[in-house]
Ligand binder design. Sequence first.
Ligand SMILES: C[S@@+](CC[C@H](N)C(=O)[O-])C[C@H]1O[C@@H](n2cnc3c(N)ncnc32)[C@H](O)[C@@H]1O
Length: 220
Amino acid sequence: MTNVQRSYLPAAGRDWMLPLYDPLVKLLGGDKTRKALLEQAAVRPGDRVLDIGCGTGTLAAVIKRLHPGIEVVGLDPDPRALARARRKAQQAEIGVQFDQGFSDNLPYAAASFDRVFSSFMFHHLPEGERGNTLREIRRVLKPGASLHMVDFAGPGSRPHGSLARMLHSSERLKGNSEDRILTMLKQAGFSHAAQVMRGTMLFGRLNVNYFQASVPSGQA
Ligand SMILES: C[S@@+](CC[C@H](N)C(=O)[O-])C[C@H]1O[C@@H](n2cnc3c(N)ncnc32)[C@H](O)[C@@H]1O
């Protein structure tokens, strides 16, 4: 059940900045990053896909456009972002289900998705919600299914330029080190948790990490 009283960090940090979110992410190189994440996930016909922290719904819409026959669900606590996501899907004449909710309390049945995506969502979570979020993702994935996650690199990476340094110095990125994320994925019960790729945004100035983690086959 959705608890709308809870607080969350919205897509662009502040509600009034939401209209700037899509153009800003495009400028930073978000389209290329999401495309790489999608290729990593190798979505198959018949898959059921969940995008957690879907924001304005860009990734969910791209997935549905590329795979019209599959069911795509996006979840986010922010009603403003969800309204934009629904508008985007309507304008593109594609059917995506957008639900309001939080990643550590997913309103879905166990073992009901083949792929879960998390694109620039993890650093929006306070430390105390990260473990429960990964356990929830693990719960809703089917045996043999997988999580595909991309986020800004944490401490240890070398951002260049003032905007990159500002983003990387965010308190929320402190828990985004590769080791920390891999440890949390294993603690949540995933097998084969791995950092599969490193990338950059903002013309090479901003470091991002891609992760993949699977649920063992034959085990819900
Ligand atoms: C930077 S945006 C990323 C949006 C989208 N995934 C993308 O790639 O553009 C982070 C999103 O996470 C959402 N978020 C924040 N806290 C959350 C939570 N506890 N559960 C699910 N989503 C959350 C925010 O509302 C926001 O839309």
